[in-house]
Design a protein around this ligand. Structure first.
Ligand code: 13P
Ligand code: SF4
Length: 304
């Protein structure tokens, strides 16, 4: 670590205390960001942390929908997204208007939205889910028919684990689809004793070759517990940093170096300091939308 980095970190920590702020970081964030965060986790864990913190300011090191979820749950707190460009292309694949249209075509379906969606889409949905609890959420529903938005692959995986009729929105993560079944097959040949863990945003052909299908938080727990010493990891590349840091005796092999989410790399230390100085960019969901979106998020939190 350079002298400048140490100075930068000191300034962030000082300002964080002055502002009574908490720094939450997703598992895909840059290592330097994970290292100064108060809590690092998956989407579900981060929304639970946001809901329970008594800090006045939440600096959300992740992407916009995550900061919006924090704003939905904590309207009295200031939620900051250090880089306003940090969006999720998958979340942008469904709009509230298009969803309303589809709902009219499927009047009997219960709408389940992946947390990777805008607050407006959550407001149009019956219940929310994350990659950690999608199966549990869908199983909890009374209705036989489910409209799942926007991730077709998480939706498909969930449909294989439940007995609902699931209509899938055609969205996908442009970075998880870069992981190919050939990548897993080749690495399994190279590391015959390795376990392969993949995120449910991967294609079904990739999921079919995996030993475990896990959220990013699930991957951390699996890595700690498993007796396997070599683990092939099928998700966004940033995940590897935390897995290696927490499990120095094990080897983590990225399934594909191509699975990089550019939005997750926008938040550098300088931007966090800037966010705390300027109190920007504030993410605040308009009250009318927030109240409706909160119904879907709260329902999920009761199931999870
Ligand atoms: P997790 O909730 O598993 O961390 O996933 C979030 C995400 O955006 C995966 O691409
Ligand atoms: Fe969205 Fe994919 Fe990035 Fe996750 S990895 S935030 S799903 S674009």
């Amino acid at each position: 670590m350079t002298f400048q980095d140490t100075e930068l970190i000191e300034k962030i920590l000082q300002l964080k205390r002055q502002r009574n702020a908490v720094i939450l970081a997703h598992n895909y964030q840059l290592g330097e960001v994970q290292d100064i965060a108060d809590f690092v986790g998956d989407s579900l864990e981060l929304s639970q942390k946001a809901a329970e913190t008594d800090a006045e300011v939440i600096v959300f090191c992740g992407v916009r929908f995550m900061a919006e979820t924090a704003s939905i749950l904590c309207p009295d707190k200031v939620v900051l997204l250090p880089d306003i460009q940090a969006g999720c292309p998958m979340a942008d694949m469904v709009t509230a208007e298009k969803l309303r249209q589809r709902k009219r075509e499927l009047p009997d379906a219960t709408v389940v939205c992946y947390v990777n969606s805008s607050a407006e889409v959550k407001a149009e949905s019956d219940i929310c889910c994350t990659s950690a609890n999608a199966v549990k959420v869908v199983e909890s529903l009374k209705s036989k028919e489910v409209l799942f938005v926007p991730d077709q692959y998480l939706g498909h995986y969930t449909s294989t684990k439940t007995n609902k009729k699931m209509v899938l929105w055609p969205g996908f993560c442009p970075f998880h689809v870069r992981i190919q079944p050939e990548d897993i097959a080749r690495l399994k040949r190279e590391y015959p004793r390795a376990k392969a863990i993949v995120h449910p945003e991967c294609r079904p052909e990739v999921i079919a070759l995996a030993d475990e299908v896990l959220s990013t938080g699930g991957m951390c727990r699996f890595a700690r517990k498993t007796e396997a010493e070599e683990i092939i990891v099928g998700t966004e590349i940033g995940m590897i940093y935390r897995l290696r840091k927490e499990n120095p005796g094990k080897q983590f092999i990225p399934a594909s170096e191509q699975a990089i989410c550019p939005s997750m790399k926008l938040t550098a230390l300088e931007r966090i300091l800037w966010a705390l100085k300027e109190m920007a960019f504030e993410v605040k969901v308009p009250e009318a939308i927030r109240l409706r979106a909160k119904v879907a998020v709260d329902k999920m939190l009761r199931v999870a």
